[in-house]
Design a binder for this molecule. Structure first.
Ligand SMILES: [Zn+2]
Length: 416
């Protein structure tokens, strides 16, 4: 087995993998070097066509499903065996980079091709997937394709979502599929043996620690709150300070108290107030209303619960002189990855002599939905400065290849 694992890793072609990233980045290329390839746009359709052309050329069959996920399949020996799946997404943020998502799809394809070129037969089929609309910047929410596949949200609800121009997912999807070659249709949620997703870290840890491979143990959970502070509008020149109900002053002091309460000596907790809206937003009117958002994340479900309760309690305790309303708008529990897969990834990195470490994922990924269906895991590689969701996103060719080698070994091991 170890000889065959070495063959799978050795067949990974670094130059081919890098050139494919360069070619993919042409679809939706921005002048600043970044990529704007939002879900189900003509650029996304072109990227999907390119993937299908590479897969077909390599002799793999392609298929899609009712939410537009795109599958590339290499057959296994055993008829009807559930496949081992790998992949990520091809869509980007409006000002996105060349590696977020794309890397997981292309590393999956590279691993598949390496196993094929090394002539390694497997009992189970191995498949690569490009999940539809992971980013959610055009059609919210994100991770739509994997959510539909895992049954986390009903298909009909998702197909009915509209973008800012009023275009429905269903119509954009039909146009995207019509722009490509005809593909076999498969059902959502077919049985899977395992799922492994490769991704750039999108954070600074691996680079700072000098590690090539991140063995992802979990995806941290998130709790989102929408807070509204209600005061009274008044004339800025005539209303004495003591008789004001200034929504902005109350909101600012509440945010300060929240920040103090969310202090974490281990620096694991993430607390963000990212949206802050003041109305009427006029220089000479006392603010009547402030709406702000809270995004709270932590990998430990107990800590996350406890801090979320503290956020709600602090908001509710803040009453005078303004009223505060707090609503929880998102509750995503942390996802723990399968220990067997975590160990497989760790062992593969070690046999390849790649410096590695365990870490949780700070960002959401399609793997969070797949972990509900089958044993799942993720492989991270470093990205420069931890920068992602930016045209400045960058990764090293040798790291891309190293991650694909780990992935190739893990997929072969799971499928053999
Ligand atoms: Zn991504």
């Amino acid at each position: 087995v170890s000889a065959r694992l070495r063959q799978a890793a050795a067949a990974v072609d670094e130059a081919r993998l890098w050139n494919r990233h360069v070619e993919m980045a042409r679809h939706g290329a921005r002048d600043d070097g970044g990529v704007n390839r939002q879900a189900l746009s003509p650029e996304d359709a072109a990227a999907r066509r390119l993937l299908v052309s590479w897969a077909t050329e390599a002799g793999f069959a392609c298929a899609t499903d009712p939410i537009g996920n795109l599958f590339v399949r290499r057959e296994g020996r055993e008829l009807g065996a559930a496949p081992v799946l790998s992949g990520s997404h091809l869509d980007s943020q409006p000002a996105g980079g060349r590696f977020d998502g794309v890397y997981g799809v292309l590393a999956g394809l590279e691993a598949l091709q390496a196993i094929d070129e090394a002539e390694l037969a497997t009992r189970r089929p191995i498949e690569v997937v490009a999940w539809c609309n992971e980013e959610g910047s055009r059609f919210a929410p994100g991770a739509m394709g994997s959510a539909a596949f895992a049954g986390a949200q009903p298909l009909s609800t998702l197909l009915d979502i509209r973008d800012r121009e009023g275009t429905r997912v269903e119509d954009a999807l039909a146009a995207t599929l019509a722009a490509g070659p005809p593909l076999r249709q498969r059902p959502l949620g077919f049985p899977l043996a395992a799922y492994v997703e490769a991704h750039i870290e999108q954070g600074p840890v691996l680079e700072a620690e000098g590690r090539t491979v991140g063995v992802v143990t979990a995806i941290q959970g998130a709790r989102w709150f929408a807070v509204e502070v209600h005061g009274s509008a008044a004339h800025a020149g005539t209303t004495p300070l003591r008789s004001r109900r200034d929504a902005l002053r109350s909101a600012v002091s509440l945010v300060t108290r929240l920040e103090e309460a969310m202090d974490d000596p281990t620096d694991t907790l993430r607390f963000t107030v990212g949206r802050f809206e003041v109305s009427p937003n006029s220089p000479n009117t006392v603010p009547e209303r402030v709406a702000f958002s809270i995004d709270l994340r932590h990998p430990d479900p107990r800590v996350l619960d406890e801090r979320a309760r503290a956020v709600a309690a602090l908001c509710r305790a803040s009453r005078q002189p303004c009223e505060v309303e707090v609503r929880e708008v998102l509750d995503l529990p942390p996802v723990q990855f399968d220990e067997t897969i975590v160990e497989l990834i760790e062992r593969s990195a070690a046999t390849l002599g790649l410096p590695n470490m365990r870490l949780p994922s700070g960002a959401f990924h399609d793997a969070m939905h797949l972990a509900r269906l089958c044993p799942a895991g993720m492989v991270f590689i470093p990205c420069a400065g931890g920068v992602s969701h930016s045209p400045r996103e960058s990764a090293r060719s040798s790291d891309l290849a190293a991650g694909a080698r780990v992935l190739g070994q893990v997929l072969f091991e799971l499928a053999r």
